[in-house]
Design a protein around this ligand. Sequence first.
Ligand SMILES: [Zn+2]
Length: 141
Amino acid sequence: MAPRCRNTPSSIARQLRQEANFGCARCGCPVLENAHIIPYHITHEFPVEDMVALCPTRHTIADKGNYPESYFRQIKENPFNKIRGTEAFLIPSDELVINFGGCRFINIPIPVRLNDFDIMCIRKEFNFTSDHSILMFGRSS
Ligand SMILES: [Zn+2]
């Protein structure tokens, strides 16, 4: 197994995330890595057409040679989240129920707030879908 190259240009990584609908092309997991369909140690490049967004678990499986190229091409063309659509975000009831950290929040749109700053926000839209955001910060040195 060749070592992974973790320096995918940000524009390529963004394009891969978008084409996979922000989830692993195989399982939909939102934790993403950028996998080379044609191994990096052969190409030494980051061709978006030869890469696919995968979760760490699927990336490891792929790096062990368990997926043929045709399978990579298939899931790149039809990623899990594209096939599943937005059903996961449909909320058919009148209540918005959020289970978080062992607590149950009912119709509370901002369950996580630091001082007066919203860290995580989930609201119900009129069309029965959820509108959610999670802010993440990195430490600057
Ligand atoms: Zn996955």
